[in-house]
Design a protein around this ligand. Structure first.
Ligand SMILES: NC(=O)C1=CN([C@@H]2O[C@H](COP(=O)(O)OP(=O)(O)OC[C@H]3O[C@@H](n4cnc5c(N)ncnc54)[C@H](O)[C@@H]3O)[C@@H](O)[C@H]2O)C=CC1
Ligand SMILES: O=C(CO)COP(=O)(O)O
Length: 332
């Protein structure tokens, strides 16, 4: 099976290695010539995955046409807000039977669409030929072959099964789940919650505050998901609780790291520079909040993150606003 991966950052490169270790021949496309050449000639991507040797089945290219030619699986691993613009001109090179896979954990600004919808629209294919992969999947750990599970989700069972088979190897175990809405929302919103945890920890808060934000964050994710038609079980699974815990706990999470910089007093611009790599919650916090408002769902932590990142609110104001909300019974 030939697979194309679009985006040679941390996750696109790591997922290429997973696909190759699962038996695929992988063409990894990126816009950076030096990265593409290093991937092909040295089997390394020092910019995004220092210290990792890639499997022989991965080659780099800057030609999207070459990458897509004959590829039966096309994986998209670029920042969510750039996906539509990058994919639209590539639709003409897509194999007529190809299945597209979104690895992205964001919601498009302006349209408030989930990434599977964006991918389907941009490539001009039905949702039955789109899958998403989401779970507790910190790239660096998977690149080092640490045992990890994930969720492959599609509205079409055969599409999910094809993708799951293509990314099954001795250190990576996919489970399928038909709840695309739930799986994608979990991935996008946990980044916002991890950013909030980072802010709290940057302010010197400990485990009680961390656990409070994680737990109420899961309530917030679940509330939004259920309002949009997701299945309740998804939130307790790998894409839900699993990814929330991994991202909120790991110092290697970019969203968590960016939040920590904000909590320590950096401006948003300074925090972006200090974080390096894509922290999707910076932009998706706004689109997720807009989505929540369209369905009348309260998301106080997301609202607080938007307030601090984009509306000039101080972290102290954010905390007191959250703590002074009217008392209520626990639960959704
Ligand atoms: N890194 C991780 O551990 C994981 C990341 N993800 C998700 O995967 C997606 C990609 O993340 P990473 O690979 O980690 O980001 P990254 O910051 O490591 O790499 C992003 C890549 O996209 C490329 N890129 C950016 N704008 C582009 C454009 N307009 N055209 C072409 N290429 C462009 C960059 O050059 C870079 O190669 C995000 O949605 C992220 O939330 C999901 C699971 C794990
Ligand atoms: O999605 C991830 C882990 O599952 C990666 O998180 P960050 O994007 O915050 O690094």
């Amino acid at each position: 099976m030939i697979a194309a991966v679009l985006g040679s950052g941390a996750w696109g490169t790591t997922f290429s290695a997973v696909l190759a270790d699962s038996g695929c021949r992988v063409r990894l496309w990126g816009r950076d010539e030096i990265v593409a050449e290093q991937i092909t000639t040295m089997r390394r991507n020092d910019k995004y995955l220092p210290g990792i040797t890639l499997p022989a089945g991965v080659s780099g290219t800057t030609s999207a046409r070459d990458a897509l030619s004959g590829a039966k699986i096309v994986v998209v691993a670029i920042p969510s807000q750039s996906a539509r613009a990058v994919l639209e001109p590539l639709a003409e090179y897509l194999d007529p039977d190809a299945v597209a896979v979104s690895l992205m954990k964001g919601v498009e600004l302006g349209t408030d669409k989930r990434m599977s919808d964006v991918v389907a629209e941009a490539l001009g294919i039905p949702l039955s030929r789109v899958a998403v992969v989401s779970g507790p999947n910190l790239a660096g750990e998977i690149a080092a072959h640490q045992p990890t599970a994930t969720v492959v989700s599609s509205t079409d069972e055969a599409t999910a099964a094809l993708v799951a088979e293509a990314c099954s190897c001795d250190y990576f175990r996919p489970y399928t789940n038909p709840d695309v809405v739930g799986v994608e929302l979990c991935g996008a919103v946990k980044n916002i919650i991890a950013l909030a945890v980072g802010i709290a920890q940057g302010q010197g808060m400990g485990y009680n505050t961390t656990a409070t934000v994680i737990t109420r964050g899961l309530v917030e994710i679940t509330r939004l998901g259920l309002a949009l038609g997701a299945q309740a079980e998804t939130f307790a699974g790998l894409a839900g609780m699993g990814d929330l815990v991994a991202t909120c706990a790991s110092p290697s999470s970019r969203n968590h790291t960016l939040g920590r910089h904000i909590g320590q007093g950096k401006t948003l611009d300074e925090a972006i520079v200090a974080t390096r790599g894509t922290a999707e919650a910076v932009k998706s916090s706004r689109s997720v909040l807009a989505l929540a408002r369209t369905v009348g769902v309260e998301m106080p932590i997301t609202e607080a993150v938007v307030g601090v990142l984009h509306e000039g609110q101080s972290v102290t104001e954010m905390a007191s606003k959250l703590l002074s909300r009217p008392r209520k019974t626990e639960g959704l």
